[in-house]
Design a protein around this ligand. Structure first.
Ligand code: TXA
Ligand code: MG
Length: 369
């Protein structure tokens, strides 16, 4: 999604190398080349267990500025720093409270980002000028090998153009960033498929800033009290005031088609989707649908272009397929996409958040029966 209204200059065109890397031993040579590019201040996209990240040396302000230019991302939106070893958290964070150590012990490597006081060696640009920093240790071996060989903490947002759907394959990265970055390591599809959970440990009680790959219920095992995200600001967050959690912007993770999300499941949601498909077709539109396996037949019969996400009870599978499905439907040229939410427990919370933001902040209540 082009986004030229923001305060970042367009990057120079360059050739983007695509290197296959899904095995850290067999692919050690390309991982070393990619790490060398990072050390030189270039941008390299790489697989993580959540989504592909767009990496730059977090200690190099010019390299970090390049991330914002390549994505068309406003400087007010802070980046997550990725480390290869839990002990490196002290290179990124000024202080690491005991609760952070417990969370690290329990959830790293994995999809949990901790917001902590920022250490001096990290470019303030990474933190959008604020004095906190988001840090995580990814579970993907290729990500960790790249960071370890580069020898620096790696700032990396999701490797998509600003506000577009996050990438879960190297092809998605290229669709958004080909010619704007030095290289992408192709490690195949991402296993989790939605971004990390972001937890702010600088507020008391700790606050969930973004639901993600680690469920709130799992955090509760160590943290009885977790504050929930504050109401979402709109996309016009100003550069003067660093956004507290810009992932909270109302329109984010969005396909090009208009997404209509019904809040709930079961027969009522299915009936509402069928009615919405009929309305779209009556308006002359080509309509797409995100479906559980059980819903495919009905939604196809209603005339929609359908992409199946997985069985209705399998939220792991549904999360891993969501972003790819939105891109697939966009590629078919649909104007309208219908979907429903997936409950508020486990990964359901992250799925609902992403669907709602992809729909511009709005979910449609179901008629009560
Ligand atoms: O799974 C992930 O987290 C992926 C992979 C690549 O690691 N990264 C990712 O980054 O989703 P990004 O930039 O698309 O989203 C990062 C979000 C920001 O939008 C913001 O909500 C939050 O993390 N964040 C980062 N640093 C923060 C800080 N210092 N204070 C508050 N929120 C922060
Ligand atoms: Mg993102």
């Amino acid at each position: 999604m082009a986004n030229d209204q923001h305060d970042t200059p367009a990057p120079q065109q360059q050739q983007t190398h695509v290197w296959h890397a899904d095995n850290v031993t067999r692919d050690a040579d390309v991982i070393a080349r990619a790490a060398e590019l990072l050390r030189l201040g270039e941008l390299v996209a790489f697989p993580t267990e959540t989504v592909y990240g767009l990496g730059a040396d977090a200690t190099n302000a010019a390299a970090v500025a390049g991330i914002f230019a390549a994505k068309g991302r406003p400087f007010s939106d802070p980046l997550i720093v990725h480390i290869a070893d839990a002990a490196d958290v002290v290179r990124v964070a000024r202080t690491v409270p005991p609760i952070a150590e417990q969370l690290i012990e329990r959830f790293w490597p994995g999809p949990l980002t901790l917001v902590l006081p920022r250490a001096n060696g990290i470019s303030p640009l990474v933190a959008a000028g604020g004095d906190t920093i988001g840090v995580r240790m990814p579970a993907h071996p290729v990500a960790r090998a790249l960071i370890r060989v580069a020898g620096v903490p790696v700032a990396a947002p999701s490797a998509n153009r600003f506000m577009h759907t996050s990438p879960t394959t190297a092809a998605h990265v290229l669709a958004d960033l080909n010619g704007r970055i030095a290289a992408v390591l192709d490690g195949g599809p991402c296993a989790v498929g939605v971004e990390s959970t972001v937890l702010d440990l600088t507020s008391d009680p700790p606050r969930l800033l973004r639901p993600g790959g680690i469920a709130l219920e799992a955090l509760h095992e160590l943290l009885p009290e977790v504050a929930l995200p504050v109401a979402a600001p709109d996309a016009s967050t100003t550069a003067a005031q660093p956004a507290r959690a810009p992932g909270q912007m109302e329109r984010h993770y969005a396909p090009h088609a208009r997404l209509i999300v019904f809040d709930g499941g079961g027969d009522t949601a299915l009936a509402a989707m069928v009615a919405e498909i009929a309305a779209g077709i009556a308006a002359g539109e080509h309509v797409g649908a995100l479906a559980t396996d059980e819903e495919v037949t009905t939604l196809k019969a209603a005339g929609a272009q359908v992409v199946a996400l997985g069985q209705s009870g399998n939220l792991d599978m549904i999360a891993s397929q969501l972003y790819g499905a939105l891109r697939t439907l966009d590629d078919t040229g649909v104007r309208r996409i219908v979907a429903h939410t997936f409950g508020a427990t486990g990964l359901g919370l992250a799925l609902n958040d992403r669907l709602q933001r992809a729909a511009g902040g709005h979910v449609t209540p179901l008629p009560t029966v």
